[in-house]
Ligand binder design. Structure first.
Ligand SMILES: *Cc1c(COP(=O)(O)O)cnc(C)c1O
Length: 430
């Protein structure tokens, strides 16, 4: 598409957008009596208006049924997670049996590593992306130590080439092949939190399986953002948080995926709890853990009803949108427009003041644009916020802006560009 840097053009794109009404289902933060242009959905998604209602419904159930709420009411808590599983599955390309809402992300990463990182002498290495989200680094390091290995020897990080910011798929594949059978586990982010790079998950999975390794993904920045196909790509396990692109609120519940091919593997270790026990027999309270079939068998503690209610409200907005594919279509154009607008700002400034490090290739990115500000980046960022554009700042010099197709418009992107130019002119001549 030939983009134009005009308000009229942006508004015409909004007029033609079949999802344009969805933003009215969300609450925007305000400053100086005006709503923010919110470009921070990669960090914490906006509150769906339905959240309060769904939460209230559960507060009422608690009030009216108390302990009987586990089996009474419109959504008995005992089975509430099943309502969510139905809506989570199409978002990540899985069957409902393969996914389950539970706990929080890093906790689930640990629980899944207990099952799927099974190091032994000669095959104990983990391969991952350099610069992965710190929580993942710490989780993996501590798991390696827990098994009695040295993280320095066990963890192989694949880094971008000198002078580059994003990883080349061939370099990842080669690194996997190089260590070959020494690799027990390949663990990558789906989308890197810093650069916004969407890795070629299918190719990485194939390469991992070729050396007989287990392959897992952390989808914190991918779930609800890009159309992943966890089952079809034959990925072994995955987990994600739901408070970024999935708008389930701060500290919201996490989701896990376990590929169906592992369901009958009784050799897998688990850190078990009563809620993972066979559902039909759970209240017999018998000795000896027998897991429920499917991803549900990884549950540990009883259903967290309130966080699940918030996630449910959010999943309903994805259902209304037609799940991930229509959103992805809009997202591609919205992100491409932001690329175009940033480059327009550079052109007027006659310098590459804003260097985009997110992949230029559409298939390698989601809804995030990471920008290195050459000069006075922090000042520029602070001025954006002061003028009602909320993105986020990552040390040492990166501004991340995420236009989210559920609630951002092409006009938001245009206005952001206009403001960025105005601010830059002021700050850079100072
Ligand atoms: C956001 C994020 C986390 C956060 O983990 P929590 O346990 O929810 O605090 C972990 N890993 C990745 C890759 C993330 O992007």
């Amino acid at each position: 598409m030939n983009f134009e840097n005009t308000l009229a053009f942006a508004q015409a794109l909004d007029q033609a957008d079949p999802l344009r009404e969805l933003r009215q289902d969300f609450l925007f933060p305000q400053q100086n009596g005006k709503p923010f242009i919110y470009l921070c959905g990669n960090s914490l998604g906006l509150q769906p208006k339905a959240a309060r209602e769904v939460l209230n419904e559960q507060l009422n159930n608690w009030q009216n049924y108390a302990v009987e709420g586990w089996f009474e009411g419109k959504t008995p808590w005992m089975f509430y997670h099943k309502e969510l599983k139905k809506l989570m599955a199409p978002l990540v390309g899985a069957s409902p049996a393969e996914v389950c809402p539970m706990n929080t992300l890093t906790v689930n990463l640990h629980l899944l590593l207990v099952s799927f990182y099974k190091p032994k002498p000669g095959k104990y290495k983990i391969i991952m992306e350099a610069g992965a989200f710190p929580s993942d680094q710490y989780a993996i390091e501590s798991q390696v130590r827990f098994h009695g290995y040295d993280p320095k020897a066990a963890i192989i990080e694949v880094a971008p080439r000198e002078g580059e910011y994003i990883l080349r798929t061939e370099d990842i594949i080669n690194a996997i092949a190089e260590s070959g059978n020494e690799i027990a586990l390949v663990l990558f982010g789906g989308v890197n939190y810093f650069t916004g790079q969407w890795f070629d998950m299918e190719a990485i999975t194939k390469a991992g399986h070729a050396v007989d390794a287990i392959v897992g993904f952390d989808l914190a920045h991918a779930a609800g953002n890009v159309p992943v196909q966890l089952h079809a790509w034959n990925i072994d396990f995955a987990c994600w948080c739901s408070y970024k692109y999935q708008n389930s609120g701060p500290g919201g519940i996490s989701g896990i995926f376990v590929h169906e091919k592992h369901f009958s593997d009784s050799s897998l270790n688990r850190f078990a709890g009563w809620w993972g026990y066979q559902e039909q027999q759970r209240f017999k309270m018998e000795k000896g853990f027998v897991p429920e079939a499917g991803a549900d068998g990884w549950q540990v503690s009883c259903t967290q009803v309130m966080p699940m209610a918030l996630y449910y409200a959010s999943l309903q907005s994805f259902e209304k949108a037609g799940f991930i594919n229509p959103l992805r279509e809009k997202s591609k154009t919205l992100t491409a427009y932001l690329f175009f607008i940033i480059n327009e700002v550079n052109m007027v400034l006659e310098m590459e003041q804003y260097k985009i490090i997110t992949p230029t290739n559409e298939a390698d990115r989601g809804a995030q644009v990471s920008i290195i500000a050459k000069e006075k980046g922090k000042e520029v960022f602070e001025q954006l916020v002061a003028n009602n554009v909320l993105g986020d700042w990552r040390e040492p010099n990166v501004i991340r802006l995420s236009p989210v197709p559920l609630y951002n418009s092409f006009e938001d992107v245009f206005e952001t560009g206009a403001l960025l130019l105005e601010i830059s002119k002021k700050i850079l001549v100072k």
